[in-house]
Design a protein around this ligand. Structure first.
Ligand SMILES: NC(=O)C1=CN([C@@H]2O[C@H](COP(=O)(O)OP(=O)(O)OC[C@H]3O[C@@H](n4cnc5c(N)ncnc54)[C@H](O)[C@@H]3O)[C@@H](O)[C@H]2O)C=CC1
Ligand SMILES: CCCCCC(=O)O
Length: 564
């Protein structure tokens, strides 16, 4: 395995606006494959354990694997070599799958919620039995390091456990009526079919967050994963399909398609799908919302982030620096919750930047499947090209004279980069989906909150401070405007018990815990009065009179209720 030690490039500062440190003191292992490149699957024999073949159909239609669309190769981001092929879904496959799914929804809706919970529990057990294999596939296909890959599958297992409990708590409420003998109550009923469109960076967690809840809420699921992670879509679907078959349930309760925008748009347009849960960029999410809204469908949007971490002058600097490293470099900066903006109080600014530079040097870039790797490749060649373009824009805005050398390697490797820049720079307001960290200086807490809230996105946010006063201001109405608000904890990471999502350009949707399940059901307020009690109502109002005729009852009814 060839290796190269890259020296540190510390750039000269040519403009007060920006100083860019590109630290390359990493031992990058150039990922080389054996001279004779084996057939794709020989290198990855473990894939057969989870039903992945050298060529795979990419549509799960009414229990059958089909595909009459394009043939694509899923590629290993560490060396850009093919892993396996997938025959994507065509529009015909989609229509056939949707017809079966819609039909199956009439059956699934009739199962009592706890019985649906039992099916989801079995899905969790099926995932447990293949945890390592699925985690390995996830790292192989997406490029995140193995502990993160396994951790992501575990998150789906935990969601299954959560949903089992939830299946016995889809509670409505009884509300006191203002009318005698009236019953007023809230009912939650299934929507029927939930469409789930997911992003490449959490290729199965987002499915888990949506499908576990949608299923126990009585909905069938139709899923389109990211076009560049089709193998994880197929592997997850196979496991779920086996559970449904074992329980003699219609396989179309869970339908999935491998494909891109065409299938995504088909889901967005489909009136058989009352709710579309979309996870991805704000740009695409807005298009999807417009399409879904035109048919009065509902959208659950989980979109881009641009997450800030504030270090106050009284913070535990060592803790803060470690947290920034994890949040800015983890997953190669490809999390929606990645720390993209570091706001540092002027009193501790130099100390924080110096310690951060030291911490970055410890990061090991390499094959995500190898033990000890902290930073794997970006997901695709296009991701890497986008990163390079982003760096050029940063340079153009700052007119810096730095030289940023992207490692020439077989994989999509880039260097984590720290940029000192003004909060007013345009680039700071955009989500550059890679390991670039903007470092901004501030004087007061109020100024830091204003900078935190100054971007179009509103997903995650963090503050590091020892002051409880500051913490309570930070989580209050004059603090962070994000959906996730941390104190002395980095911007990334999330617990499934809480609702996950963000405000503003992040879309306002919530997934996973707390009351997120209410988005997957339709809500009715029911008013009930029994015939016997209507007689009583009449008696009650005209205690002395004989039973009035039907007409007078109606008249009475309208008079009592001020309707006539
Ligand atoms: N808020 C959250 O929970 C999360 C947000 N994200 C965001 O996702 C983005 C990165 O993921 P990408 O896959 O690159 O996002 P993307 O927006 O490019 O694609 C997301 C999904 O939309 C599909 N799609 C593309 N065009 C479509 C169209 N016209 N109609 C319907 N579907 C279409 C894609 O095939 C993919 O499955 C980042 O912005 C990240 O912040 C990622 C994970 C979680
Ligand atoms: C869709 C999953 C997002 C989890 C947020 C994180 O682990 O940073």
């Amino acid at each position: 395995m060839a290796a190269c030690s890259l020296t540190i490039f510390v750039v000269s500062q040519s403009s007060p606006d920006i100083r860019l440190f590109s630290l390359y003191n990493y031992h990058l292992k150039l990922i080389t494959t054996a001279v004779s490149s084996p057939t794709p699957l020989q290198e990855y024999e473990f894939l057969t354990e989870i039903g992945i073949e050298p060529r795979n159909y990419g549509s799960f239609v009414d229990g059958y694997w089909k595909g009459s669309g394009s043939v694509v190769s899923s590629v290993n981001p560490a060396n850009n070599k093919p892993i396996a092929e997938v025959v994507e879904a065509s529009s015909q496959d989609y229509e056939e799958g949707m017809q079966a799914c819609f039909k199956a929804s009439k059956i699934w809706i009739q199962l009592p919620a706890p019985k649906r919970g039992e099916i989801v529990r079995q899905i969790g057990d099926a995932l447990r039995s293949k945890l390592e294999y699925l985690g390995r596939l996830l790292s192989l296909e997406m490029g995140k390091i193995l502990p993160e890959g396994i951790g992501e599958v575990q998150e789906v297992i935990d969601m299954c456990d959560f949903a089992v409990g939830l299946s016995r708590q889809l509670n409505g409420s009884v509300i006191p009526s203002e009318r005698p003998n009236h019953m007023m109550l809230e009912m939650w009923n299934p929507l029927g079919v939930v469409g789930v469109i997911t992003a490449f960076n959490f290729p199965c967690a987002v499915l888990g967050w949506n499908a576990c809840i949608a299923l126990v809420c009585g909905n069938c699921v139709v899923w389109k994963g990211a076009p560049t992670t089709p193998l994880i879509t197929i592997a997850m679907t196979k496991l779920i399909g086996e559970v449904l078959e074992k329980n003699s349930l219609p396989a179309a309760i869970f339908t999935s398609f491998c494909g891109g925008a065409e299938i995504g748009q088909a889901i967005a347009k489909d009136t058989r799908i009352p709710l579309v849960s979309f996870t991805g960029s704000s740009k695409v999410g807005l298009m999807v919302q417009q399409t879904v809204s035109q048919r009065f469908g509902k959208c659950l949007l989980e979109l881009s982030g641009n997450n800030a971490l504030i270090i106050m002058d009284d913070a535990d600097i060592k803790l803060a620096v470690r947290s920034v490293l994890f949040a800015a470099v983890g997953t190669a900066g490809q999390r929606c919750t990645t720390c993209r903006r570091l706001l540092v109080h002027e009193k501790v600014y130099n100390s924080v930047v110096d310690q951060l530079l030291e911490a970055y040097k410890q990061v090991k870039i390499g094959d995500p499947l190898e033990k000890g790797t902290l930073l794997g490749p970006l997901h695709t060649r296009a991701s890497r090209e986008n990163f390079e373009k982003g760096i050029k824009v940063i340079k153009s805005q700052g007119k810096s004279s730095q030289v940023v050398r992207i490692i020439e390697s077989k994989g999509n490797f880039v260097q984590p980069t720290i940029v000192e820049i003004s909060p007013s720079a345009d680039v700071v307001k955009e989500e550059l989906f890679g390991p670039v960290l903007y470092v901004l200086k501030f004087k007061t807490f109020e100024e830091a909150v204003e900078i935190n809230n100054s971007v179009p996105q509103g997903l995650s946010s963090s503050i590091f401070t020892r002051s409880s006063d500051i913490i309570f201001k930070w989580i209050g109405p004059q603090g962070s405007d994000c959906g996730i608000v941390n104190a002395n904890i980095p911007t990334n990471g999330a617990e499934i018990g809480g609702a996950f999502g963000g405000e503003k350009g992040t879309g306002g949707g919530r997934e996973a815990g707390s009351d997120s399940w209410k988005q997957y059901m339709r809500w009715s307020t029911c008013y009930i009065i029994s015939v016997r009690s209507t007689m009583g109502a009449n008696y009650h109002l005209h205690r002395g009179s004989t039973l009035a005729s039907k007409e007078s009852m109606v008249v009475t009814y309208f008079r009592v209720y001020g309707l006539g």
